[in-house]
Design a binder for this molecule. Structure first.
Ligand SMILES: [Zn+2]
Ligand SMILES: [Zn+2]
Length: 149
């Protein structure tokens, strides 16, 4: 199991915005930088809390809509939700998730054998499958250590 780290760089981000004729504003750049700087899978509210330190006029709604726009143009991913608020993933490369059911942390990992899992035959006939992600659920190390104390 390898740790994943494949975020769009700021250059890729700016180029993708230009390709989609999305205006590059200081707020958009800040939102992108905060999100990719985290290395986690934050909610729009978590990104908002950080961005509003620099842009006191920005609203949660703006941050939320910006993140959804980023997802549309493919510079971030929306994570499958496990209930609760929508979460965003700065890593748009092929990777898998470990989800801690205690603290809600989503940890990225890469694993070629998961990438190579074959698709169920009945689904292959029904759908066009373009990507796959394995989600493992359990307790992260921090929560395990906490439990045993
Ligand atoms: Zn945990
Ligand atoms: Zn991820």
């Amino acid at each position: 199991m390898q740790k994943a780290a494949h975020q769009a760089t700021i250059q890729t981000f700016l180029q993708t915005c230009r390709n989609h004729r999305l205006k590059i504003t200081p707020q958009r750049v800040a939102i992108f930088k905060k999100l990719t700087g985290l290395g986690t899978h934050p909610t729009a509210d978590e990104v908002y809390q950080m961005v509003k330190k620099d842009f006191s006029n920005i609203s949660l709604d703006t941050v939320n809509r910006t993140l959804l726009t980023f997802a549309e143009i493919g510079v971030v991913d929306v994570v499958e939700t496990f209930g609760g608020a929508k979460r965003f993933d700065p890593d748009v490369s092929n990777h898998h998730h470990f989800y801690c059911i205690q603290c809600g942390e989503i940890i990225d990992f890469k694993d070629p054998s998961y990438d190579d899992l074959s698709d169920p035959e009945n689904l292959q006939h029904q759908f066009q499958i373009i990507s796959k992600r394995v989600i493992l659920k359990g307790f992260c190390n921090a929560c395990l250590n906490h439990k045993s104390n």
